[in-house]
Design a protein around this ligand. Sequence first.
Ligand code: ZN
Length: 452
Amino acid sequence: MINLKNSTRRFMPPIFSLTILLSLPATTLNADEDYNPEALKSGRVDPSMHLQQGSNQTQAHKINEVIYKATGFGNTFMVVTDEGNVIIDTSLPGMAPKHKSLLNAVDDGPVHSIIITHGHGDHTGGVALWREPQTKVIAQENMVEFLRYQKRLKGLFIQRNSAQFGFDLTSATSSSASESAGVNMLPNTLFDKRLNFTLGKEKFEVLHTPAETYDALTLWMPEYKAAFVGDLFYRSFPNIYTLRGTKPRWALDYIASIDRVLALGPEILLPSHGEPILGNENITAEMTRYRDAIQYVHDQTVVGMNQGRDVYSLMREIKLPAALDVGEAYGWVSWSVRGIYEGYMGWFDGDPVNMYAESPRSIYPDLVSLAGGAKQVISLAEQHLSEGDSVKALLLIEAAMAAEPNNQAVLAVRLRILTALRQASSNLNESGWLNHGIKQTQKKLKKSDKVL
Ligand SMILES: [Zn+2]
């Protein structure tokens, strides 16, 4: 919970057993590090800062006469009706109590329904908190399997999320309270393609719009032409592959679902991350550009695949044209190229050497020895680094580390390379993984006693 009156501000969501993705333990927010959207746009802040979004808000944002929004890394929306309220998404567990108190200050009527746009933890984190005995928890039917998938792999997802979002695994323990919250966040009302209902004067149409996940939905309120699209739209290229790990995300699903929303003629677009977009002209312009950017990357990848091009070449070469440049603060085009390529074809690249259970790393010590030892490799890595080719430098250091894992000079150069990459990064996820690499290297450097 966030208590803005305390001098040390703790952001301490519990860990939910079924909401593995983005279930985050403690991070601190100091007085001079309050959430700053402009700083975040640059990507040059600690990624955990993104999770503090909305921590300063003192009241819910009124979108229109019935729709309200509480802001967070994941937003929570509330629709007020005469027959109870509808909550759309519930943010992260740590932010949910604040969102609930802000929205309850607007209207504390019974919660008729909670609509979960998909089963990621930054959307399901407050379901148990909002839920009342009579509440319908509405989700697309694929969410059941999606939650099982996250639970099945929770050991790995916790590690990956802690690395990507920069929290300490030692504090990522579950409690009995979180176990019961896990059960209490399960949906009790599932639908396949569409679910319509009316509450008081308000009409709700819930549509299956798969994209980032196969359980994703959009809530459409025809009276207001308002579309609650969950993660179907970001103000950045999307994560068609996310580094913390995911099943394939199908680019063509994004396109079909965006078209479905555009065909409704929305006047109010309410994404679960970031700010609303108002006016059909603005929405159409932004969503069309976003859709076309995805289509372009998909099509270029498919063309390259059919030409027999390898995935690394396509990752380097495929760039968004200026007219479709939606930014890469969140997703990254090159990861998406690889996500699309390997989503379609899997991991084997057609080279017999890659059929076998032997990593290329296994022969790095031999190569380093042939080069005359780690010292020679460091020298070439430093040359690449000084010429601005940090990634090649990092690859060479990988080889040196395979040969001499505790060599302090090797680790020191690795730290310099990762730091240079971090300083140049303007992408949330890249920064997160570089921070992780920096921390790991610093730890090893401290432990290391062997000097070259
Ligand atoms: Zn999300």
